[in-house]
Write a new protein. Structure first.
Length: 438
């Protein structure tokens, strides 16, 4: 691999594209691992993005694709990289047809900003990924990020209908379309979703939208132990009660959430017509009649969901692990977490079986450094034995360097490597960061 300095790369980019199209950053701004500084290229349109990737291939520079840089630290340490290419300046809404409930945006368009615009027409893209408010739609698709609304609304791939990507050689390709329709053949939109920039860089996206619900209410149940709330969550999932989100939360005294902080909580969020919500609340209350409960005021509900999202990626968390399991196995997985990582906090999509374990840097205080990854590895082993997976989203780098952050891909590893070789044969994009070392 060719050795080249950051100053040389910066000079070449500015020479070809202009002074404002590239810069060197330090600190946490677009940080990938523990590098002291990095070059960030900032194309303003799809043609510049294409030319930048073609230049990188010609110069044999390895590239880390990015949006706003929110999730750049996720994944394994890259084999090597020379620069970050960010689509954050490609942030325009290209087409928006409220009558058709469809929109096409550039990859750098922030989800919150688009939804604010769509709210004027009582519409929105029904995604609520954890992370900063500046998270771009391209980054959300590339990382397949989702939040509590996935219980009712699904994941990003459920709302994506079309995509334009730029390949490592600068070539463009499109998949899907700009309207909601059935597409014959392999759905490449789903292939790029969650690929973490390992196959191509996302440039433009088309979405279907949903009508903005007129009313919302939040009902919270409390209990002294998690098992009872896990059982209640299963009852609700099997009933006619249809919350848009159902979150199980460990005691969170340190987070200052506007709910009780000394007991486990099951929070149900309802988005619908007022009459329908009242009926759903009554049904949920009957199912949970034995539990203490409260319907949050509109002010408290807004504050709760806002703080809940903000604190998920708070700087205090040195560890962020994502576990998946069948909803019926959620309590067993929680027991494993409490046994191996007793000081950690956790939150779960109770209806989906997705659990997030959050912990501060003192999680393993008192243990020898070399023993610390073994606890995460053991938790991964127990989770996989139940048919689930464990992904290390955040952890101190010395721990991430001692285990694969994604876990064993099993029989799919060969297929993923073949796809990588087909789409990015020179391993120019995110080399070594993604599943199976691709």
């Amino acid at each position: 691999m060719r050795r080249v300095s950051a100053d040389q790369i910066l000079h070449r980019l500015r020479e070809m594209f202009g002074e404002d199209r590239a810069r060197i950053t330090t600190g946490d701004n677009f940080r990938v691992v523990d590098e002291p500084e990095r070059v960030v290229a900032l194309p303003h349109n799809i043609n510049e993005l294409s030319e930048m990737l073609k230049l990188a291939q010609d110069e044999r520079w390895r590239v880390i694709p990015a949006g706003a840089g929110t999730w750049l630290t996720v994944g394994n340490r890259p084999v090597q990289f020379h620069l970050v290419v960010s689509t954050s300046m490609m942030n325009r809404v290209l087409e928006y047809e409220p009558a058709d409930l469809t929109a096409t945006v550039q990859a750098g368009c922030a989800l919150t900003e688009f939804n604010q615009q769509a709210a004027k027409h009582r519409q929105f893209i029904p995604l609520d990924p954890f992370g900063e408010h500046k998270s771009t739609i391209g980054g959300i698709i590339a990382s397949a990020s989702s939040g509590p609304l996935r219980f009712a609304c699904g994941t990003p791939r459920d709302w994506l209908v079309g995509i334009t990507v730029v390949h490592p050689n600068g070539g463009l390709s499109k998949a899907g379309g700009k309207v909601v329709k059935n597409v014959a053949g392999y759905d490449l939109c789903k292939l790029y979703t969650g690929s973490f920039g390992s196959l191509a860089m996302i440039a433009e996206l088309s979405f279907k939208l949903r009508a903005l619900p007129p009313t919302e209410k939040t009902l919270v149940f409390y209990a002294a132990d998690a098992q009872r709330l896990c059982e209640l969550a299963l009852q609700i999932s099997d009933s006619d009660v249809q919350p848009s989100a159902m979150e199980l939360i460990s005691p969170t005294e340190e987070l200052d959430l506007p709910i009780e902080s000394n007991r486990f909580a099951l929070a149900l969020r309802f988005l619908n017509e007022a009459e329908t919500i009242e009926s759903q609340l009554n049904d949920a209350t009957r199912l949970g009649a034995e539990f203490d409960r409260v319907v949050l005021s509109a002010t408290d509900a807004e504050a709760f969901w806002r703080v809940y999202h903000e604190t998920e990626t708070d700087d205090r968390w040195a560890f962020n692990l994502r576990l998946s399991a069948l909803p019926a196995d959620l309590n067993s997985v929680l027991n494993d977490v409490n046994q191996l990582l007793p000081s950690a906090s956790w939150r779960a999509h109770a209806g989906n079986g997705v659990l997030r374990v959050l912990a501060t840097e003192d999680l393993f205080d008192g243990l020898q450094t070399k023993r610390r990854p073994k606890f995460i590895a053991e938790l991964r082993h127990l989770t996989q034995a139940r048919g689930g997976q464990l992904v290390v989203l955040e952890a101190p780098q010395m721990i991430k360097d001692q285990l694969d952050t994604w876990g064993d891909a099993g029989a799919t590893a060969r297929l993923m490597r073949e796809l990588k070789n087909r789409f990015d044969p020179d391993a120019q994009l995110s080399p070594g960061r993604f599943v199976a070392g691709i």
